[in-house]
Design a protein. Structure first.
Length: 208
């Protein structure tokens, strides 16, 4: 299945158009290290975006956690002080994180969120297709894709670093329902002798 997904991505026209292009030789990056999740965040603004969304959003406020690479973007119609304050209070101050500012347009001081911005923009371009003014509606899908994709710096997904396990996909839920149904049927039919037989039946479903 993984091989099929890779081949499908290679044949995706939108992915080829809007994927990142390496223009400089690769070099070792040194990430800012934090001792635990949500200990430090970087924040930046994407925009002004053309065209604006159908609801007149022109900007995206993006925050990224230094350790887990967890991203929180929100669309904004204008970059106003109240919106920024509300975002900082909801996502940073309530988690007890100390606010440290960096110089605007100084990428070395805020490099992680700059990199996240590029990924977010690329994902938006891949999802909007022929509906460019609906980009604000794609943020939920983009968040799901970003949070469940391994990051180079951590070699795992932001979701797993935050919650301690992989995200449960709709397909996983359906398989789990089948798994539980088999358990119940065996229990009802075999009574006390079901436990050992139950494991023999459900293991292929769990590992297949």
């Amino acid at each position: 299945m993984i091989k099929d997904c890779i081949e499908f991505a290679k044949s995706c026209e939108e992915c080829q158009k809007h994927g990142p292009i390496q223009k400089v030789p690769a070099s070792e990056l040194h990430s800012i290290i934090k001792p635990w999740p949500f200990r430090g965040w970087a924040i930046d603004i994407i925009g002004q975006i053309h065209p604006p969304s159908s609801k007149n959003h022109k900007y995206i406020l993006v925050a990224i956690d230094y350790l887990t690479k967890w991203v929180e973007p929100i669309p904004l119609k204008e970059v106003e002080q109240k919106d920024i304050i509300d975002f900082v209070e909801d996502h940073i101050i309530t988690r007890g994180i100390k606010l440290i500012t960096s110089t605007p347009y100084y990428a070395q001081a805020n490099g992680q969120v700059e990199a996240a911005n590029k990924v977010v923009i690329g994902l938006i371009k891949k999802h909007i297709s022929n509906r460019p003014r609906n980009w604000h509606e794609t943020l939920v899908q983009i968040l799901w894709a970003y949070r469940n994709s391994p990051r180079d710096a951590t070699k795992t997904t932001p979701y797993k670093l935050v919650y301690g396990h992989d995200a449960i996909l709709p397909l996983d839920i359906n398989l789990q329902s089948i798994h539980m149904q088999k358990q119940i049927i065996v229990y009802v039919c075999w009574g006390r002798g079901c436990h050992r037989l139950n494991l023999q039946i459900t293991n292929p479903l769990k590992h297949g």
